[in-house]
Design a protein around this ligand. Structure first.
Ligand SMILES: *Cc1c(COP(=O)(O)O)cnc(C)c1O
Length: 390
């Protein structure tokens, strides 16, 4: 019997059989290399992802258990795990694109993705058109004869815009494009883009899938088998393979994904409402609030509204800086998606080179705070946030 519910699937992972039993948890195969008796079997294992294990850059039993778990969660055929989220993104882009190709991407992309697209432009003449993600007709307008790919994110950083995935993916298909979705912020518990027609879904495992701020990794999930085999081959040749220990940490972390996401979402909804009622807060960006511009889309596309909340402090840059100096339990940190609450003031840290106009173009205000709401008791999170508010 194959369990249908993601909450069950993350708990029961595939473990290798021993002669009369099988381990309840997936063991770590901390081996880079595997010995063979039969030279043909070694050759087969080097040539395809499903013919046994020869060398851990090509495949490893622990890594494979993670790939199978996430592929099943996302409703894909198969997956390839990588050393980081950026490893997955770089592999997806360089595997599919050729010099001179054109990409259509969301304008509010993850910073590293934006930087990689710039690099591919400068080095290989790959052009990018950025769309706002508000109207699927933007895809047809941006498309050129050389367009190959539509690149989207389910929920954007830091202002939590939610793109109408079914409509945008349909527009991408209509134009004959390969569709790639970064589903890091939503996780497969809130959205499964392959069910809406995506060809490739990718994650920074470093965030919610790992969930404990102790692993750097990524993963690519493919809707169809031929693309998976190409993706496996390319990722393996590029050397972006995950380490078995990182895969094992992720398998352990992911068993509680459903529980964690429920708590992240419940806490974030509560904190968003409390922030919205606070006099120092000018605006709250959370797709679960009726005031959010994408609230109706989010209700259709997401099973819940996620753990990321951002808000604009009325006092601008100084107020944002004061807030991040004032938090005690909530960690001032660049990353997100861990069990612990974390905050970031982009204007004084990740985006400090930008002036007010450049920040606004990136959808960020001088007083914007990004809060990755953890799984602590919501009262404790709010008590710390409230005492740090100006
Ligand atoms: C963090 C992040 C990445 C990059 O992942 P790394 O594991 O840091 O390489 C990509 N996309 C999104 C949405 C992210 O949040």
């Amino acid at each position: 019997m194959t369990p249908q519910h993601p909450a069950t699937r993350v708990v029961h992972q595939h473990t290798p059989p021993l002669p009369t039993s099988h381990p309840i948890s997936v063991p770590i195969y901390q081996a880079s290399n595997f010995g063979f008796d039969d030279p043909d079997a070694l050759s087969d294992a080097l040539n395809a992802p499903d013919q046994g294990f020869a060398y851990s850059r090509y495949g490893n039993p622990t890594t494979r258990a993670l790939e199978e778990t996430v592929a099943a969660l996302e409703g894909g055929t198969a997956a390839v795990a990588t050393a980081s989220g950026m490893g997955a993104i770089t592999s997806a882009l360089t595997g599919a694109l050729r010099a001179g190709d054109h990409v259509i991407a969301l304008s509010c992309l993850y910073g590293g993705t934006y930087a990689t697209l710039n690099y591919l432009h400068d080095h290989f003449g790959i052009d990018v058109s950025y769309v706002r993600g508000e109207d699927p007709a933007e895809v047809a307008t941006a498309v050129r004869p050389s367009t190959r790919m539509l690149y989207l994110e389910t929920i954007t950083n830091p202002v939590t815009r939610v793109v109408d995935l079914p409509a945008f993916l349909a527009a991408g298909k209509e134009a004959g494009l390969l569709t790639v979705v970064d589903n890091t912020f939503a996780t497969p518990l809130l959205c499964r883009p392959i069910e809406h027609g995506a060809d490739v879904v990718l994650h920074s495992i470093t965030k919610y899938l790992g969930g404990h701020s102790d692993v750097t990794a990524g993963i690519l999930v493919f809707a169809d088998d031929a693309r998976y085999r190409d993706g496996w081959h390319h990722t393996m040749e590029m050397g972006a393979a995950i380490d078995p220990f990182a895969a094992w940490l992720t398998l352990r972390g992911i068993q509680t994904l459903a529980l964690r996401m429920r708590q992240h979402c419940a806490n974030a909804a509560r904190i968003a409402e409390l922030l919205a009622a606070h006099p120092s807060v000018e605006a709250v960006h959370y797709p679960g609030l009726a005031t959010h511009p994408d609230h109706e889309v989010a209700k259709r596309v997401l099973a819940d509204f996620g753990g990321m909340v951002s808000f604009d402090l009325a006092g601008g840059r100084d107020a944002g800086y004061t807030f991040t100096k004032g938090i005690r339990m909530v960690k001032l940190a660049a990353s997100l998606g861990g069990v612990e609450s974390m905050a970031l003031h982009p204007a004084s840290t990740s985006h400090r080179q930008l002036d007010a106009d450049a920040l606004r173009a990136a959808g960020i205000a001088e007083g914007t705070i990004r809060l990755s709401v953890g799984i602590e008791h919501a009262d404790d999170i709010w008590a710390d946030v409230e005492q740090a508010l100006p």
